[in-house]
Design a protein around this ligand. Sequence first.
Ligand SMILES: [Zn+2]
Ligand SMILES: [Zn+2]
Length: 68
Amino acid sequence: MRCFDCIERGHDTVAVAVCMECGAALCSSHTTTVAHLPHRLAGMGRATSPAPTRRLLCRTCHRTHGAA
Ligand SMILES: [Zn+2]
Ligand SMILES: [Zn+2]
């Protein structure tokens, strides 16, 4: 699979990840890693401290979602 963003720019780069939002294949330089804290409410109201998960986004989705 090739990086979608690179293909659009006329490059041919092997993809190493897939955007979790749009599903585009991405090379390492076009992949944005976002730490994501899952907001999971336990039924008994006990708040554990969840470990942040990793979200891989393309640059377009990263901009669109304004993820910090
Ligand atoms: Zn790329
Ligand atoms: Zn995307």
